[in-house]
Ligand binder design. Structure first.
Ligand code: TZP
Ligand code: MG
Length: 235
């Protein structure tokens, strides 16, 4: 039996200082979780290690103050060093999200232990092969996308010819059926995508800009959460 902490990736917010139009990251995180988001991933390609540790600390505090430490999962993108440093300072961080070419999942597992939540993004064109051939027992969920081309991560889904390959709802449904672990889908996700996405059987959706760049992040987050709750298949 897995001794992993219970986690909910149904409404998954990915955020860093480059995505908030200059507004404080912790404020946007607060609004997202007050609106019902269940998972927060700190992701920044410009912040220093120290800034990332500080951001993780702020996010953990915002989650604790909202009384949601049991309900909201806090992850950090890519940076095992940041997760370990944060944990060593007593910051309550639940795990890491890595890409296929980042620090390998088994290394993350070795350092973070059996309780940590570890998510993996597999490259668009390779995820079907990955799901069929690789051992997924150490991974808690797959991040899949992009659903649409996105300016937040312009290289997401690039194929060998430099063209972006997006995922159809039909492909996502197939992937969900093939996968032994939950699948969360993102990349250009907007409110109108939530209903068809929920019907694919995916465990959740992830967004950056639909919340972090919205004029009213809390309202945008609440609308996304509401749409997911209305449309997701309850098993
Ligand atoms: N991974 C795949 S797409 C993406 C990430 C982090 C960015 C999604 O951002 P947005 O703004 O929701 O399109
Ligand atoms: Mg990565």
């Amino acid at each position: 039996m897995s001794n992993r902490k219970k986690f909910d990736i149904s409404a998954y917010f990915v955020v860093g200082p480059e995505n908030t139009k200059g507004r404080p990251v912790e404020q946007i995180i607060k609004e997202a979780i007050e609106a019902g988001f269940t998972c927060v991933q700190i992701r920044s390609k410009i912040a220093t290690a120290r800034e990332l540790i500080q951001l993780t600390d702020q996010a953990a505090q915002v989650i604790a103050k909202a009384g949601k430490s049991q309900d909201v999962t806090l992850l950090v993108n890519d940076r095992l060093d940041v997760v370990l440093a944060a944990k060593s300072q007593g910051i309550k961080v639940d795990g890491i999200h890595v890409g296929q070419w980042d620090i390998p999942v088994d290394v993350c597992r070795k350092y973070l232990g059996q309780e940590a939540i570890i998510g993996l993004s597999a490259r668009t064109n390779e995820i079907f092969d990955y799901i069929r051939t690789e051992d997924t027992s150490q991974i808690d969920y797959f991040g899949v996308g992009p659903l649409h081309e996105t300016m937040t991560k312009p290289d997401c889904g690039l194929d060998r010819d430099g063209k972006v390959v997006t995922r159809s709802f039909e492909e996502i449904s197939k992937l969900v059926k093939l996968s032994k672990i939950p699948v969360v889908v993102g990349g250009g996700v907007k409110l109108t995508d939530i209903a068809p996405l929920a019907q694919t059987g995916a465990a959740g959706f992830f967004v950056v800009s639909a919340v972090s760049e919205a004029d009213n992040p809390k309202q945008a987050a609440a609308e996304l959460v509401k749409a997911w709750r209305l449309n997701s298949v309850i098993l």
